[in-house]
Design a protein around this ligand. Structure first.
Ligand code: NI
Length: 270
């Protein structure tokens, strides 16, 4: 019963035939009881609209809407308004992915900061969970989340946690523990299976399984043994198997716990 907490059926490189094949594959996995669902994550306005359409179409599919730091340069007031409207839809379960990426710097850093802050404020107004993308910006992401009230008492009381998810978390064990203390969840993707990735293995070992989600970020970040091929939500299995190994749990236990964590984070009723 795996749940892919972060994927991109809305990726612009997929042809509609390829996308259709992906939906069918996941739908079969859901019917056979291998998977329970996935969240299609927006990264700009068109991909957010697409994610919401996918969630309308497939019972097991949910959506997050928002603008990625790479695409922050495409944002304006009107687009934020349209994201707000999409967020009101029943199966839109989070604002995201939002954050800072100082590795690629595809948008000016001040532009990234502005839209990160404005989308956290939007999530606070709407009382919605947020999915965070952070790269080479760990400290500033944490500072902005704190300054904008992402860990506020109101949010903690409303959700029973902060409603903050660090997607494909690549921070240290120490930073992971700090986030858990603040009420956040951490999501683990394919890179945990890479041979040289001791940092993420140590992080997974250090934080409670109750705060860990698994994801693919498909079509990117394909786990071993399929590294080099295009990723699909079905491959979330290999990340879950690695988490199970690190935690000393069975694969089945890990699948159920991380699925339940995802449902709790996104507020999806089982
Ligand atoms: Ni993503």
């Amino acid at each position: 019963m795996l749940f892919d907490s972060h994927t991109h059926f809305n990726n612009e490189d997929l042809t509609s035939l390829e996308r259709q094949a992906l939906f069918s594959a996941v739908d079969n996995a859901v019917r056979s009881g291998k998977m329970s669902g996935a969240v299609d994550i927006g990264f700009d306005l068109p991909s957010s609209q697409m994610a919401a359409e996918h969630a309308d179409k497939w019972a097991w599919c949910y959506a997050a809407v928002g603008c990625h730091p790479h695409d922050a340069k495409t944002m304006d007031d009107d687009k934020l308004l349209q994201i707000r409207e999409l967020a009101a839809k029943e199966k839109v379960v989070a604002i995201g992915e939002i954050g800072l990426d100082f590795y690629y710097d595809l948008s000016d850093r001040d532009v990234q900061r502005e839209w990160f802050r404005r989308q956290i404020r939007l999530a606070n107004e709407l009382m919605m969970p947020i999915t965070i993308h952070a790269r080479e910006a760990d400290q500033e992401v944490m500072d902005i989340l704190k300054e904008e009230g992402a860990f506020s008492k109101e949010r903690q009381e409303y959700f029973g946690h902060a409603g903050v998810l660090l997607h494909c978390f690549s921070g240290s064990a120490e930073l992971g523990k700090q986030y858990v203390k603040l009420g956040a969840y951490l999501s683990v993707a394919g890179p945990v299976t890479y041979k040289n990735n001791k940092k993420t293995v140590a992080m997974v070992a250090a934080v409670p399984i109750e705060r860990l989600l698994v994801e693919t970020d498909a079509p990117y970040l394909t786990p071993v043994p399929f590294r080099g091929k295009r990723n699909t939500p079905l491959f979330v299995e290999y990340t879950a198997r690695k988490v199970a190994e690190i935690k000393g749990l069975t694969f089945e236990e890990t699948a159920v716990i991380t699925r339940d964590n995802a449902m709790r984070f996104y507020g999806i009723k089982g």
